[in-house]
Design a protein around this ligand. Structure first.
Ligand code: A3P
Ligand code: MG
Ligand code: MG
Length: 404
């Protein structure tokens, strides 16, 4: 019988689950050709427009033209979109001693971790109880007691990418151009947006944590180090800042989209790796950023309540004003439900890991299980695919060289 996991939010309400503060255990870089480097050569530093960090909740006016040299940006090409876990596996191969248990007599034949994946996959899980549009596919392979999880593009996503309009392409490049305006290669150096942005290069941290009953090792692409918070051993994740772009809010609909979907993803992505600050470049529809705003990651879940009241006050206020010339204040509005809850997000992610661990029974490096999320049916289904190349996660070069 096919097994499934429900995704409705109300099933996952309750206490926040156990989540161990993630510790950074390593780093690697991918150059513009997506070649792996076992170092921090792609690490970038935040360059603050005021020459000092923005405080949490503070805004500053800027003028960044995100269309500058956009036609010459170095984009990821199609062959680089199907890297699966390869770069993370390369890092594991080079860092096997970090997985050996203290007891040196014990033979080394396991990573002693329950799951290996990328952070983006856990972010996807966390957003699932609130996702009503985008389906996802996650595949799993168990080998020597560790389950390797990897997200795959759905057929819909592959088709959407092929149909992408020039405008959509430009908009997905704006985020990288913004990063270029905000970061440089060394602390204190000025950014150089007058060169084409290299979208294919990245700097990744590898983290170790525990969610619910399961230990997880995950890779995460990170944006830049705040030079004012850089630590000497490079191990603190609080030194990193997450950069985002978003449409400046002018209508209740835009506010709704920011609060309901974007902030949830920003919070999940940053919280999972211990990044404490998200800096957002608010842009117009033509791709000019006019304002930066700093959010404390822990404040993001609270923004939704404050801004919902504000939005409702604006909405109702204007209606009442039209009708009677009176103004309705936010305090008079009924208490509203939050759009999303951090506990629901984390409880669902923990429940998925526990359920996946039950489903993936065979310990075989070639066998794959496929988990599919169907937003309309509000559930995840699981299917054993047996040995398949289409969704293969562990290459021979990994299984033949690890545990040596
Ligand atoms: P924005 O998120 O500011 O739009 P990240 O913020 O995760 O470091 O990603 C950097 C940028 O990569 C994004 O900036 C966006 O431009 C692009 N990007 C990331 N994920 C994407 C996706 N699923 N589709 C299109 N573009 C994406
Ligand atoms: Mg990034
Ligand atoms: Mg970013």
């Amino acid at each position: 019988m096919e097994s499934c996991l429900p995704t409705s939010g109300e099933k996952y309400d309750g206490h926040f689950p156990f989540f161990r503060q993630p510790t950074k255990v390593g780093e690697f870089s991918l150059d513009e050709k997506r070649d792996f480097h076992h170092n921090n050569c792609q690490k970038k530093y935040i360059s603050w427009p005021l020459k000092r960090p923005l405080d949490d909740g503070q805004s500053v006016d800027v003028h960044f033209d995100l269309n500058l040299l956009l036609d010459r940006a170095v984009r990821k090409d199609d062959s680089q979109l199907d890297e699966r876990l390869d770069n993370l596996l390369k890092w594991i191969l080079k860092n096997q001693e970090k997985f050996k248990l203290q007891d040196r007599k014990a033979s080394f034949n396991s990573l002693s971790t329950d799951f290996v994946c990328y952070r983006g996959l856990i972010t996807k899980l966390m957003a699932t109880p609130y996702e009503n549009r985008e389906p996802w596919i996650i595949c799993a392979t168990k080998w020597r007691g560790t389950i390797y999880l990897c997200a795959f593009d759905t057929e819909q996503k592959i088709a959407d990418r092929q149909r992408e309009t020039p405008r959509q392409k430009a908009m997905s490049s704006w985020g990288y151009k913004f990063e270029q305006y905000m970061m440089s290669d060394s602390p204190g150096a000025a950014p150089d947006p007058h060169t084409p942005a290299v979208e294919s290069a990245e700097f990744c941290c590898v983290l170790r944590s525990r969610l619910g009953r399961h230990s997880v090792v995950y890779g995460a692409e990170v944006d830049g180090v705040d030079p004012h918070r850089e630590d000497s051993d490079g191990l603190s994740m609080a030194q990193f800042v997450e950069l985002k772009t978003s449409r400046e809010v002018e209508t209740p609909r835009q506010r709704n989209s920011l609060q309901r979907f974007k902030m949830l993803k920003w919070w999940a992505q940053s919280f999972l790796v211990g990044i404490e600050r998200v800096v957002v470049g608010f842009r117009d529809d033509d791709g000019t950023v006019h304002r930066l705003h700093a959010y404390a990651t822990k404040q993001l879940p609270k923004e939704q309540v404050r801004n919902q009241h504000q939005a409702a006050a604006e909405r109702t206020g204007s209606l009442v004003q039209e009708a009677s010339g009176e103004k309705l204040f936010a305090q008079q509005l009924p208490k509203q439900q939050d759009f999303w809850s951090p506990s629901v997000c984390m409880n669902f992610a923990a429940a998925f890991l526990a359920w996946a661990a039950e489903q993936v029974t065979d310990d075989d490096p070639r066998a794959v299980w496929r988990f599919e999320f169907e937003p309309r049916r509000r559930r995840v289904t699981c299917q054993s695919l047996g040995r398949t190349e289409r969704y293969r996660i562990l290459p021979d070069w990994y299984t033949e060289n690890v545990f040596r």
